[in-house]
Design a protein around this ligand. Structure first.
Ligand SMILES: Cc1cc2nc3c(=O)[nH]c(=O)nc-3n(C[C@H](O)[C@H](O)[C@H](O)COP(=O)(O)OP(=O)(O)OC[C@H]3O[C@@H](n4cnc5c(N)ncnc54)[C@H](O)[C@@H]3O)c2cc1C
Length: 382
């Protein structure tokens, strides 16, 4: 029977040397950020910060130099990700493109697409969104209905995408559309496209989240024209590509750090003499964190070795998001502290932000149930 493969590993000296450089950069850039700002990390969108990351060579790190990349190792990239997320840096303006849109173009894009988009992504100049979910299609992605019909020189698109994070501030999105409809074969007839978010025929409507913030959108396509040269890969072959893209999205080492700002605030609050109960809670959280980090490092090591750690990555995301969601509950139970939004101590504000946001941790990038289905299939159990 197939099983999980996690190995204890250490980062090579070159990667650890890079850590010092990244920390110094982040200290200088984020010195004035409050803990509540740092807790927003993934939510932070700052093009200037992304350009600086690009100038340092920390976007597209593993890509070929001819496409603006830096031909560094997956483990060096791991260190940059780990440090930027642990510091709560605002990564959203380059994050999606670095993690999935760029690698997708590298694998399935045309030479012209690679030359046009990858160097600009690596410079931190292009922000990408993900156009997969629709009002009636989330987990069951193959049921999407947004149609791309062939017309002279390209495709005419009609339909609706939803939950599209940061589409209103992104330059492009990689979107999945239906190019052929056969109810008996829903995984066929899907195609991916590079879509300029400013195209005529696309209306971007904000959706406010639980906190009243605008990061989600609903995109309505009404006869939007997407040129032929913006199709990614073969027509009707999008299912294999989109599952590869989802694997890029899920195999990252970052799915356990979203609540780190709260653990740090708890440690600060507990101080040098925390008392038995607080010491036990901090010890347990840090032990889980260290274990998850090792599991995640093991995924990065497998990626570096050219292996396919999809199963292990799904486990890290499942166990990692469970941990991230537990942290606000555990801290609340320990301190009995009122979570707040804009007032109160740093600890209260970080707790307030994470209490409101944590439910989404196990939804974004595929729900817990879907991941467990993938794990069961990988283990030959279904
Ligand atoms: C913070 C955040 C950011 C997001 N950003 C984007 C984005 O940028 N682009 C984008 O395209 N989408 C985005 N999404 C959408 C996300 O991908 C979907 O919410 C997710 O795939 C679930 O789809 P759904 O919401 O339609 O729920 P549904 O698929 O309707 O699921 C509802 C519930 O049923 C369960 N369920 C469904 N099918 C099964 C099954 N076969 N077996 C067991 N249980 C099942 C699910 O686990 C879930 O608990 C984002 C979501 C969040 C929370």
């Amino acid at each position: 029977m197939p099983t999980f493969h996690f190995e204890l590993g250490e980062l090579p000296p070159a990667a650890e040397a890079l850590r010092v450089e990244v920390r110094e950069f982040l200290h200088a850039e984020l010195g004035g950020h409050t803990p509540a700002q740092r807790a927003r990390s993934w939510g932070g969108f700052d093009r200037e910060f992304s350009r600086k990351m690009g100038a340092r060579g920390w976007i597209g790190m593993t890509w070929p130099k001819r496409y603006g990349g830096h031909e560094r190792s997956a483990l060096e990239r791991y260190v940059v990700l780990e440090e930027t997320l642990a510091a709560g840096a605002p990564v959203s303006a380059h994050w999606v493109a670095d993690r999935q849109s760029g690698p997708l173009l590298l694998r399935f894009g045309t030479e012209a697409q690679r030359q046009r988009f990858l160097p600009a992504i690596a410079r931190g100049e292009l922000a990408f969104a993900i156009g997969m979910s629709e009002p009636d299609s989330g987990s069951d992605l193959a049921s999407i209905r947004t149609r791309a019909e062939r017309v002279a020189g390209g495709y005419r698109v009609n339909g609706t995408k939803v939950w599209t994070s940061n589409a209103h501030r992104s330059d492009y999105m990689i979107a999945l559309f239906r190019t052929r409809h056969d109810p008996a074969k829903k995984h066929e007839g899907l195609t991916q496209f590079l879509v300029d978010t400013k195209l005529p025929g696309i209306t971007i409507n904000p959706i406010l989240d639980l906190r009243g913030s605008h990061h989600f959108n609903m995109l309505v396509f009404e006869d939007a024209f997407v040129p032929e040269e913006m199709r990614v890969g073969e027509e009707d072959a999008g299912w294999k590509q989109v599952t590869t893209e989802l694997a890029f999205e899920r195999s990252g080492p970052e799915r356990y750090l979203s609540s780190l700002a709260l653990i740090l605030e708890l440690i600060r609050e507990a101080g040098k003499d925390p008392g038995e109960r607080a010491a036990a809670v901090v010890g347990r959280l840090v032990a889980h964190l260290a274990t998850l980090r090792q599991m995640s490092l093991s995924v990065a090591t497998m990626l570096e070795a050219g292996e396919n750690p999809n199963l292990e990555a799904a486990v890290v995301k499942d166990v990692g998001t469970t941990f991230e969601q537990e942290v606000p509950e555990v801290v609340h139970a320990l301190l009995g502290l009122e979570p707040t939004i804009d007032t109160g101590s740093h600890l209260q504000q970080v707790l307030g932000y994470l209490t409101q946001t944590a439910p989404s941790f196990s939804l974004r990038g595929g729900t817990r149930e879907i991941l467990r289905g993938i794990i069961a299939r990988g283990l030959g159990l279904r």
